[in-house]
Design a protein around this ligand. Structure first.
Ligand code: HPA
Length: 236
């Protein structure tokens, strides 16, 4: 048990796949895992542990934003000795060349967030993916013939902003899109010397407000989930 996760020690697998939404965690566990057991539902943030093609995997939600994923990923690494967390989420696209349903494997997360500074005295505004998970995902995408972009993402603190122009940090790092969690996940993984990747499906185009409907989301995310789960099989 940790402060925010009720699972007993040993009920969380060494690899965790982490969507943002608790109901998406439930959907993935019910549709992709065998013998999935609900191991934590504190605050309705669900964690399920089961097997995928014989490999022990936990699917657990992060909630939204750096503070939330900061808590869950910290406790997974520190209290449950998790080796690798793969965030599987959605993002908005900043660039016209990046379309709805495109997949992005995040090489570096850029943020104005104070999370890494507050937690670890880490002063840079960008943090790389950590460990081998990122490369495993790139390799698996090639093997499965899934098209995948790599690059920088903006982990923003504000979903709604008064100023419609591109944030400074997006221009500075040539960020492909916006989400709200990768920066804190990578900061925690770096602090603990663990592995972390973030795989994203483009769910909206920021400039035009075009978006995947709520109904389409589940189906749209299956390609990303399959890629993430197959990549997990390659990791020790
Ligand atoms: N901004 C921030 N986070 C997001 C977005 C967005 O446009 N889309 C999905 N997550």
């Amino acid at each position: 048990m940790s402060i925010h996760i009720a699972a007993a020690p040993g009920e969380i697998a060494p690899i965790v796949l982490m969507p943002g939404d608790p109901l998406r965690a439930k959907y993935i566990a019910e549709n992709h895992l065998t013998n999935a057991i609900l191991v934590s539902s504190t605050r309705n943030v669900f964690f399920f542990t089961g097997t995928y093609k014989g490999k022990h995997i936990t699917i657990g939600a992060s909630g939204m934003g750096c503070p939330s994923i900061g808590i869950y990923s910290y406790e997974l690494y520190h209290d449950y000795n998790v080796d690798c967390i793969i965030r599987a989420g959605t993002c908005g696209s900043y660039m016209t060349g990046i379309k709805l349903y495109d997949l992005i494997n995040v090489e570096v997360a850029c943020s104005e967030s104070t999370y890494a500074r507050t937690a670890f005295d880490y002063m840079k505004n960008n943090i790389l993916h950590q460990g081998k998970a990122y490369q495993s995902i790139n390799d698996m995408a090639k093997k499965l013939n899934v098209s995948l972009r790599t690059g920088a993402i903006h982990s923003g603190d504000a979903f709604y902003r008064a100023d419609p122009s591109l944030p400074e940090i997006v221009i500075e790092h040539n960020c492909l899109g916006a989400e709200m969690e990768a920066f804190a996940l990578f900061a925690n993984a770096q602090y603990f010397g663990k592995s972390a990747a973030t795989l994203l499906t483009v769910s909206d185009i920021i400039r035009t407000h075009e978006r995947i409907s709520a109904d389409e989301r589940e189906r749209a995310l299956d390609l990303m989930i399959n890629l993430a789960l197959e990549s997990c099989l390659q990791m020790s």
